[in-house]
Ligand binder design. Structure first.
Ligand SMILES: *Cc1c(COP(=O)(O)O)cnc(C)c1O
Length: 428
């Protein structure tokens, strides 16, 4: 598949006149069309709900837009819970899939009526101590251990993952929770990340459905939902095939009819917590070429750096790059595209063939709509960028302003030097 920006050079130049680069931009229409397709794929399951993984793109405007399309929020921390509540996703519209969870986060999640997904057996006691009483609905996270193989080399190692409980722990957890008044149960599992295949969800679903049938039979616990969590991948590289969500939904339906329906469990709701698949392709990091350097290699320095998009530096992840206005120009030059961190891994691309880049060219880094801005940090005293939402009619909205030095210094407010720092920042 060819990779094309979702907007034009002219539009980005127009935006950049008001909001200086770098910034992340999101395509509202792309996100809405995609989420509607997801709901269509699972329309056979009346209880289906996507709980968007807030950590993938923690912006309340995006969360609200997804809520309008029927989504809830999957949260993993206090501030994510707060955002979820603030945009109207209180109650069962929030799934709290945390791990190593601080007591006060359980209290907050429980107070807002969120569905609690216990990561570990010991969390039953932690939760009981922190909250006192169990809600009517609880979920447990499952980890089968070993290696989970999907197809064409796609696999992961749940046995090395810190998440979830073992099979016997899950049985015990359900029994204890039932004795303590829990009436509705969910099973959750996340076994493979960025699985670019149509087989992952159906295979995971089959595994969890079979487990659900046995658990319900053995413990008498009423299982009301199965949470397939996240992990559905996106094609970061050109030529990679896009996951077909309709085929994925169909695959899950087959497993459902094969396993759950004959067991008399055809009332189970399917939940998902996709992040990457929902917003990933519909975001981009827009940056500008500001320096070129000719030494042992050819370097293009841009005004963004790894604090704005960590994935290439952290995992060597590939993010496609388009030089705006040169979409159809031949790839004549090999570059390393770098940021300004004092870290040699601060490279958005290594040995990448691109059209000849001129200083001032807008560089469009694809697929930053999930785990992009969200993984930002402040190393080297760098500031987080703005976020912009592009509406279908071509208008745009600043949905997060860029950080300022004042923001960066704010946590020194108890120090004597704070006044000087702020005076310096204000004088700029
Ligand atoms: C990260 C995460 C997700 C989302 O994962 P994606 O790869 O973005 O789909 C969902 N659920 C949990 C519990 C997670 O930790």
């Amino acid at each position: 598949m060819l990779k094309r920006p979702f907007t034009t050079k002219e539009k980005l130049e127009e935006i950049a006149r008001e909001i200086p680069t770098p910034f992340h931009i999101y395509d509202e229409k792309g996100i809405r069309d995609n989420i509607r397709e997801i709901y269509k794929a699972f329309s056979w399951n009346p209880g289906f709900r996507e709980y968007f993984a807030v950590k993938a793109e923690p912006n309340p405007v995006i969360l609200k837009l997804l809520k309008e399309e029927g989504c809830g929020c999957d949260c993993s921390s206090l501030t994510e819970l707060m955002m979820s509540k603030a945009i109207g996703c209180g109650g069962e519209l929030t799934m709290f899939s945390s791990n190593d969870t601080p007591d006060e986060e359980y209290v907050y999640a429980n107070d807002m009526g969120a569905i609690i997904n216990l990561d570990d057996f010991t969390m039953i006691e932690s939760f009981a101590k922190a909250v006192g009483k169990f809600p009517k609905t609880m979920c447990c996270r499952y980890n089968p251990g070993g290696i989970f193989k999907v197809s064409n080399g796609i696999m992961d190692s749940p046995g090395d993952a810190k998440y979830g409980m073992t099979t016997s722990q899950l049985y015990d957890a359900f029994k204890i929770l039932k004795e303590n008044g829990v009436e509705n149960f969910g099973i959750h599992s996340f076994l493979v990340s960025n699985a670019v295949t149509n087989d992952y969800y159906p295979m995971l679903a089959k595994l969890l459905f079979e487990l659900a049938v046995e658990v319900q039979r053995e413990t008498g616990c009423h299982i009301t939902f199965i949470n397939l969590s996240g992990g559905v991948g996106i094609p970061y590289k050109p030529g990679q095939e896009k996951s077909d969500i309709i085929a994925i939904g169909e695959g899950v339906r087959k497993a459902y009819e094969e396993v759950l329906v004959p067991a008399g469990m055809g009332d189970i709701a399917i939940y998902a917590e996709m992040g990457r698949f929902v917003t990933g392709p519909y975001g981009a990091l827009v940056t500008r070429a500001i320096h070129e350097k000719h030494t042992h290699k050819e370097y293009i320095g841009v005004d963004a750096c790894a604090v704005n998009l960590m994935r290439p530096a952290m995992y060597g992840a590939y993010h496609h790059i388009t030089v705006m206005g040169k979409e159809d120009a031949p790839f004549t030059n090999m570059y390393d595209v770098t940021g300004s961190l004092c870290e040699n891994n601060d490279k958005f691309a290594v040995d990448r063939m691109l059209p000849k880049i001129n200083m001032g060219d807008l560089i469009y880094i694809h697929d930053t709509g999930a785990h992009g801005f969200a993984m930002g940090y402040n190393y080297n005293g760098k500031l987080r960028s703005a976020e912009v939402l592009l509406h279908e009619d071509g208008s745009y909205e600043l949905i997060r302003r860029a950080e300022t030095p004042q923001d960066y210094f704010a946590t020194f407010s108890n120090l004597p030097v704070y006044k000087e720092l702020m005076a310096e920042a204000d004088a700029r």
